[in-house]
Design a protein around this ligand. Structure first.
Ligand SMILES: [Zn+2]
Length: 104
């Protein structure tokens, strides 16, 4: 028996399958983990890897923009060198906390 509840997971799943199989993919709506609004997702993952996918599926463009602004302040404040893997790791950790993403 199919249940058509629009949980976050089914939306995520719809995003994936639409993109992979149908070709005619429309902007998917997501429920933002940070602000809780139901809005159009980012048009593409903002970074590579599974983290980029997670952000696209769970974070709205507005909150992402907020992080981009916040990130600059953070990098400047702590003098982070993004060429340094340790500094990048630290920044990603702060980003997850800022966006409300679990590390699991
Ligand atoms: Zn948001």
């Amino acid at each position: 028996m199919l249940c058509e509840r629009k949980s976050k997971n089914t939306v995520d799943y719809a995003v994936q399958t639409n993109k992979a199989e149908k070709g005619s993919w429309q902007m998917a709506k997501i429920t933002c983990r940070r602000c809780g609004r139901n809005v159009e997702a980012l048009s593409e993952p903002p970074m590579g890897g599974s983290l980029g996918q997670t952000i696209q599926n769970q974070i709205c463009p507005d909150c992402w923009q907020e992080w981009l602004a916040q990130q600059v302040l953070y990098i400047n404040h702590y003098g982070l060198q993004l060429a340094d893997p340790e500094d990048r790791k630290q920044l990603i950790q702060v980003m997850k906390e800022f966006l409300g993403l679990s590390t699991a």
